[in-house]
Design a protein around this ligand. Structure first.
Ligand SMILES: C[S@@+](CC[C@H](N)C(=O)[O-])C[C@H]1O[C@@H](n2cnc3c(N)ncnc32)[C@H](O)[C@@H]1O
Length: 306
């Protein structure tokens, strides 16, 4: 299996978790196990890696990458579910406290390039945008196609503005709602064309592709990424042992604000120590090597009382 995802802020986050041999490391967003592999080295064969991902493809890639460590004795438990359900899942496995909780939000380059689910505006694919793969998708699951074809214009505008920080949100929502009267919007390329139609020409030649913000907003909504983050960091912090740490890498201001406020709240309550006042960002060299790292921000907190 090939991996194209380059792990962001790898050493900074795993070093920052201060992992000891034998520790229980929970990765809420396992992806292609980039962080988990380094964590596995730190915790050694007596350690336990617990990895969550909603995407079966990510778990398959991780199984392969962690196989060597497992052969040497490391315990690995993979869970195909959202990290927001960490409390229930740890209960089911009979695990009480954990030593580290890692979140590297968003999606991996592997999903971008190969999922076939419409994450990238550069590929003509069905408008799904869900982290769940086709095998586990049910008619009740929300998709981007449902949003653009059935939601009220004002709700579409609100999410594109709120989660995409897209200044042309209202115009885009209006054009989508006009277009769908004629024909269902079914593919990424159809959506890209409509976004272009709704935005001025000057917007099409900028550094950022005109569809970037709308695609981000739809993906965040489809996967309830904000709800998952709020619930997941609270539940994860709750399960940390004293001295245990949580590291979160976020990729846009909305997510970073949620993490910052939660960590500050725990620090103000005297329950946690912030490991850095300002978020850590990738070096110029890392950004040059991996442009996806451009907007990454890392925050780490240590739990000091139960
Ligand atoms: C940026 S990637 C993680 C990459 C990983 N750290 C690595 O270095 O290989 C994010 C992963 O989190 C998963 N994901 C996103 N939201 C999730 C959620 N709520 N619960 C579980 N997995 C989630 C995505 O499917 C994706 O595989």
């Amino acid at each position: 299996m090939e991996y194209i995802h380059t792990t962001v802020l790898l050493h900074e986050s795993i070093e920052g978790l201060n992992l000891r041999p034998g520790a229980i490391y929970v990765d809420g967003t396992l992806g292609s196990a980039g962080h988990a592999l380094l964590a596995a080295q730190k915790i050694g064969t007596k350690g336990h890696v617990i990895g969550f991902d909603r995407d079966a493809g990510a778990l398959a890639r991780s199984t392969e990458r962690l196989a060597n460590a497992v052969a040497k004795g490391l315990t690995v438990t993979l869970i195909q579910d959202s990290y927001r359900n960490i409390a229930t899942k740890l209960d089911e496995k009979g695990i009480g406290h954990i030593d580290a909780f890692m979140l590297d939000l968003g999606l991996s380059s592997d999903q971008f390039e190969t999922s076939g689910r419409g994450f990238s505006f550069k590929r003509d694919e069905p408008l799904l945008m869900t982290f769940k793969d086709a095998a586990t998708l049910t008619p009740e699951d929300l998709t981007a196609k449902e949003i653009v074809n059935t939601w009220d214009e004002s709700n579409i505008a609100d999410i594109i503005y709120g989660y995409g920080e897209e200044r042309y949100a209202r115009r885009i929502a209006r054009v989508l709602c006009e277009a769908r009267k004629e024909k269902e919007i079914a593919t990424t390329f159809e959506l890209v064309e409509l976004i272009k139609k709704a935005t001025p020409r000057s917007y099409h030649v900028g550094r950022i592709h005109p569809a970037t913000r709308t695609f981000q907003a739809l993906r965040i909504t489809v996967n309830d990424e904000i709800g998952a983050l709020k619930q997941g960091i609270a539940a994860g912090f709750d399960r940390l042992s004293v001295g245990g740490r949580m590291a979160v890498i976020s990729f846009h201001s909305l997510e970073d604000r949620i993490v910052k406020n939660f960590f500050r709240e725990k620090s103000d309550e005297g329950k946690g120590t912030l490991m850095m006042k300002k978020p850590l960002v990738p070096s110029d060299a890392e950004i040059m090597h991996n442009p996806r790292a451009r907007s990454a921000k890392l925050r780490i907190i240590e739990k000091i009382v139960m």
